[in-house]
Design a protein around this ligand. Structure first.
Ligand code: CA
Length: 239
């Protein structure tokens, strides 16, 4: 019996384009390259489809009926970081600076070769993946506090403050659990483990020092709240 390998996750592309010949060629060509193609014929329809579905990348024509490519791009950027590749027609006046400013990732000019387009799609997806990995793995940012995990650096309002190893670990743990009460036991166990010696005051001493470093008013803290008799909680800023 032949074992079927699980189907590879196909990359979902939304093509927003009003020229039938381009839609057909793209649908055939990109499908053959392993992409899953959905197409919209005008700006409004494209935006609606984007908001209803899930797409990995958007190919966006500039000159579109009902809603221009620029407006579609702006609107998508209001809610999503999906990679957007702008497609412009030859001879069309294109303001590249404006396009990048409103959040396009790349652009191609018609007529283009399918291979070139595929290469660009893969490149923006790769870039996006790299940025996401960097953001989620190495940096925790909450309110005015920013922790660079790998470099073990801490910034408050953009200014670096020096933290000792345990202070950094403690602040990291609090920031990773915003709004949640962390009991003294959990904090001690996760930050010190079996290193914890002395009385239970050690934790409070560290909290006190963290407050002097990150709070505007260490005596009436707004970031690290005491939950009496239980532990501490990192307060999420109120809107
Ligand atoms: Ca067009």
């Amino acid at each position: 019996m032949i074992k079927k390998s699980p189907p590879e996750e196909r990359i979902k592309v939304l093509v927003i384009e009003d020229e039938e010949s381009f839609i057909d060629a793209l649908t055939v060509g990109l499908s053959r390259e392993g992409f899953d193609v959905t197409s919209a014929r005008d700006g409004q329809q494209g935006l609606a489809m984007f908001n209803e579905g899930h797409f990995d990348v958007v190919l966006l024509d500039l000159m579109l009926p009902k809603m221009s490519g620029l407006d579609v791009c702006r609107s998508i950027r209001g809610s999503s970081t999906v990679p957007i590749i702008i497609v412009s027609a030859k001879g069309e006046e294109v303001d590249m600076v404006l396009m990048l400013e409103i959040g396009a990732d790349d652009y191609v000019t018609k007529p283009y070769r399918l291979r070139e387009l595929v290469a660009r799609i893969r490149a923006v997806l790769r870039r996006r993946r790299d940025t996401e990995a960097t953001e989620s793995d190495e940096v925790i940012a909450l309110g005015n506090i920013r922790l660079d995990i790998d470099a073990r650096r801490c910034f408050v309002d953009g200014e670096e403050i020096k933290l000792r190893k345990k202070e950094f670990a403690l602040l990291r743990l609090l920031l990773e659990n915003p709004g949640r009460v962390l009991t003294r036991e959990v904090l001690i166990d996760r930050v010190w483990g079996s290193d914890y010696v002395g009385d239970t005051k050690t934790l409070d001493v560290h909290i006190k020092r963290l407050r002097t470093l990150i709070e505007e008013e260490p005596k009436s803290p707004t970031h690290i709240a005491t939950v009496r008799g239980v532990g501490y909680r990192y307060e999420v800023a109120k809107p």
